[in-house]
Design a protein around this ligand. Structure first.
Ligand SMILES: [Zn+2]
Length: 83
């Protein structure tokens, strides 16, 4: 598990792990990842996602669907950003 103690955006040490339903939008289409665990900074609103969170978001995101029927492929996996 990724461990973050300082916000990469504003440097606040108040950043903490939260777990809640997360809503994203892609081309005006909303999608929800239920009970997603990620880091959120209460000071600047910065959100940091670890690999597991990214994977869950990508599994839900219309951006990664691309007519593959929801199956993730090796090609898609390469797109994940390293945190
Ligand atoms: Zn911050």
């Amino acid at each position: 598990m990724l461990k973050i103690t300082v916000c990469p955006s504003c440097g606040s040490d108040k950043i903490r792990m939260v777990r809640r339903d997360w809503t994203g939008t892609y081309n005006d289409e909303e999608y929800v990842v239920v009970k997603l665990a990620f880091y959120e900074c209460p000071r600047c609103g910065e959100k940091v996602y670890d690999r597991e969170a990214m994977r869950r978001i990508e599994a839900r995101s219309p951006a990664f669907r691309n007519g593959t029927g929801g199956r993730s492929s090796a090609t898609q996996r390469k797109r994940a950003r390293a945190c």
